[in-house]
Design a protein around this ligand. Sequence first.
Ligand code: PGA
Length: 248
Amino acid sequence: MTRRKLVAGNWKMNGSRATLHELDAIARAAAANPGIDVAVAIPATLIEPASARVPGLAIGAEDVHANASGAHTGCLSAAMVREAGARFTIVGHSERRSDQHETSQDAWGKAAAAHKEGLSVILCCGETEAERDAGRAERVVQAQIEKSVPDNADGAWFTLAYEPRWAIGTGRTPTHDEIGAIHAIARAKLRMLVGDAAAGIRILYGGSVTGANAAAILAIDNVDGALIGGASLTAEKFVPIIEAAGAM
Ligand code: PGA
């Protein structure tokens, strides 16, 4: 089964209307590489103007609430971000887990809510540095997948992202063997949960991906793309990653 590579950006709490022009060259690079998918998750306030500016590019949210509506001050539902123009959302990012104390069960509810509203989902998992040092990375990731992946997940709407927390924004990455080992375990776990549909689910690597290391990381077995934070903020840094994926 061939899975199209997905290069997804995550602007986190960065950007403004003044920086949306970065998306112009990103959209051009996406159009110039039709063999892969390109997506950018951005702050909710920018989804509507970004979607209007680059209608050909998949713009997404960085989080949604698990409920459709109600008394949840400050939160946004999947329907709200979809109405603004989002086509997908990230859920379970490690910064949501650490800053907002979200759990794998929370990520499960958010993924299900997003799917119900017709959004695609990128669900994140990944171990802390202490967990890796203790030899527990594989077990931690397996447990996160087991608790967070909806049992109707398939590649048409669902993507998993493996992001070791200690590699996010640090310039450090696991070895290629370490990445390959976790992705193989993640694939096997998905197979246990969703059966044959697992073969169609993309598994992204995230954590300090740059134009310099993208090609080698994207060549690892079971690495079907990348989730990129810092290097997605400018076209100058993001386009080389798109081109590396497009050239594979
Ligand atoms: P980074 O972030 O590329 O800046 O390491 C990745 C992420 O958090 O998705």
